[in-house]
Design a protein around this ligand. Structure first.
Ligand code: GCB
Length: 604
């Protein structure tokens, strides 16, 4: 008995693993989807009582079984149906006052019926679950996911029933030393199912993924690939871009893969004219539509070129903090408000710090014409030597790139923020850069680096990671963590690299409506003066090609404790969390208006 039973459990383990590794379905909005958003029944479980027994051994019959007493004598010490609800998508912290600071497990349950059509496959897709999820369908484990910002899915074709399904997700946002991010961040550790949940239906053999972009280095040739998954891997497929008169047919190889390259006369996507084309990938068994913009992005020496023309990135950093209501942003409405402020400031660029933001945000940036710096939470001091930490960072980075590599707005992938130079870190980040280039050879790679002080007023960018990057990012806080604002007038900037620099962070805190003179901390006047000195300094840096001050809007952070000023908010926003613009907002607005008209450089 023992042999076969062991073998069965090994098979089950492998199956569980392969389900958890289910390839990400991209562009789910173009699929037949059933949303499972709305209220989910939830159990707050700080001691993981629904997962472990009193010996801390995993329970065979945990909360994921959704048990009910069958007789009046049965003892079942939980009841989803009688428990309180939470909205999905949404963090739990801002939905109930007692959960504001909660870090632990919450179980989520949703019941649904689902009629599966013959020859189709069904996936349970999660836009984001912060930080870790273990997912069960009808009491059986589907798999797990670690990483609070990127999508994942599990195939449920053979498990879903016409009626009476229940999906249970154990969500846990405990900070871990070996996590990505690690225990120490300057943003709120929002927990919950923070992205939409959908059942995605695809044909038995379906378009698993595709890239349709301008060929690197070209403005009139489209290149890319398509990959099918399923049993009928050899098919003819066509890339259709009706508005450009394109219908290009290729055949997939025995692995279901086809690459293509063809001439295309398209209007180029740019912030001034964010032209998107309807693109369809049509195979014999499937058809997926997307909305894609075509543009090129390159560097030449210290120049950044968009569609072959030099560009200055007039940007600002932003967290995925929901405007006006706080909490983790996830909706199109959130995106419109945040990006609306970027545009009002005169910006053409946003740094989405410090982790992947929602797909809604990126799609809205595509529509509005805002260039994007996209980042993964490789932040401060994570465990550079830990292979599991690396694997997790690599996985989150991959999911981010795979989700968004058809989006014209994204021009920069960032592999990390303010990480300390050292052999293990250098190797870690170098391997992440290589991974980005493997997944997306068309965009540029960057990271927010720190400064090397030569002396009090000479600042040098010479982080060895610079060798690997296309564009240098640099966080400096002159006038806030480093001297007073007037120090900006005296510093000189040097770079060890012939590469463009984006000043990825500078700024200072001010409580909206708090006034005083320009040397009184936390006043709008201090912040305004700091920005004025910064702008004057920035104008003197010859290799500067972009600025993303810290930060668009005030955001929640447990590190920010000063009563009446911070109250758990980082106040470096140019806009308050209620949407009030501070004086410094207008300094940037003036600077960007000037840059938009005066910034002219000829390519070297
Ligand atoms: C930084 C970090 C950012 C912080 C910011 C601050 O350098 O990159 O995450 O929030 O400083 O406000 O101190």
């Amino acid at each position: 008995m023992r042999g076969p039973r062991l073998a069965a459990s090994v098979v089950a383990l492998i199956a569980a693993h392969s389900v958890s590794a289910a390839e990400l379905i991209t562009n789910i909005e173009a699929r037949k989807i059933t949303r499972l958003d709305g209220e989910w029944q939830t159990i707050v479980d700080p001691y993981e009582n629904g997962y472990y027994d009193y010996r801390l051994e995993p329970l065979a019959n945990g909360f994921f079984k959704n048990e009910k007493p069958k007789t009046k004598s049965d003892r079942v010490e939980y009841d989803f149906d009688a428990s309180r609800r939470l909205d999905v998508p949404g963090d739990w912290n801002t939905q109930r006052p007692e959960l504001l600071l909660y870090e632990g497990t919450v179980w989520y349950k949703k019941s649904f019926d689902y009629e599966t059509l013959p020859h189709t496959r069904v996936f349970a897709h999660f836009g984001a679950v912060s930080q870790r999820a273990i997912v069960y369908l009808n009491g059986e484990r589907l798999g797990e996911h670690d990483g609070g910002f990127t999508p994942f899915n599990f195939e449920i074709t053979d498990r879903v029933k016409p009626t009476g399904n229940f999906l249970v997700v154990k969500v846990d946002n405990v900070r871990r030393r070996d996590g990505v991010p690690t225990v120490n961040t300057d943003w709120w550790n929002y927990g919950g199912i923070t992205g939409p949940v959908s059942l995605v239906e695809v044909p038995e053999t379906y378009v698993a993924d595709y890239v349709v972009q301008l060929r690197k280095g070209s403005l009139n040739e489209i290149a890319g690939w398509v990959r099918l998954a399923g049993s009928q891997l050899q098919q003819k497929l066509t890339i259709e871009i009706p508005e450009a008169g394109i219908a290009h047919t290729v055949a997939t190889d025995p692995e279901g893969f086809a690459s293509f390259r063809f001439p295309a006369r398209v209007s180029l996507w740019s912030p001034e004219d964010p032209k998107l084309y309807d693109v369809a990938v049509v195979s014999e068994t499937d058809r997926v539509r997307d909305s894609i913009g075509f543009r090129s992005v390159e560097v030449e020496g210290t120049e950044m070129l968009l569609n072959g023309e030099p560009i200055f990135l007039r940007g600002v950093s932003a967290h995925a903090e929901a405007p006006l209501r706080t909490g983790r942003a996830y909706s199109v409405e959130d995106a419109r408000i945040l990006l609306g402020w970027v545009k009002e400031m005169g910006g053409n660029f946003v740094r989405l710090a410090h982790y992947p933001h929602s797909e809604a945000m990126i799609r809205e940036a595509d529509r509005l014409g805002v260039l994007v710096w996209s980042e993964v939470p490789v932040y401060w001091t994570i465990q550079w030597d830990n292979p599991a930490t690396f694997d997790n960072a690599r996985q989150q980075l991959s999911e981010n790139v795979i989700r968004d590599r058809n989006r014209a707005s994204i021009i920069l992938w960032s592999v990390g923020n303010e990480t300390p130079i050292g052999p293990a870190r250098n190797s870690f980040l170098t391997r992440l850069v290589a991974r980005v280039r493997e997944l997306d050879p068309t965009r540029l790679v960057t990271a927010a680096l720190e400064i090397h002080d030569i002396d009090d007023t000479t600042l040098l960018i010479d982080d060895p990671l610079g060798d690997e990057l296309d564009v240098l990012g640099c966080n400096e806080y002159i006038g806030w963590y480093r001297g007073l604002p007037e120090l900006c007038d005296r510093v000189r900037w040097k770079s060890a690299y012939d590469k463009p620099l984006v000043m990825s962070e500078f700024g200072g805190g001010a409580a909206y409506g708090h006034h005083g003179d320009a040397l009184t901390r936390w006043t709008e006047e201090y912040q305004e003066s700091l920005y004025e000195h910064q702008v004057a300094m920035l104008k003197r840096i010859p290799f500067l090609r972009g600025t993303t001050p810290w930060i668009l809007m005030d955001f929640r952070s447990p590190r920010r404790q000063l009563p009446h000023i911070q109250d758990f908010f980082n106040r470096k926003g140019l806009v308050s969390e209620r949407g009030h613009k501070k004086k410094a907002f207008f300094v940037m607005q003036r600077f960007y208006a000037e840059l938009a008209t005066d910034w002219q450089r000829s390519a070297p």
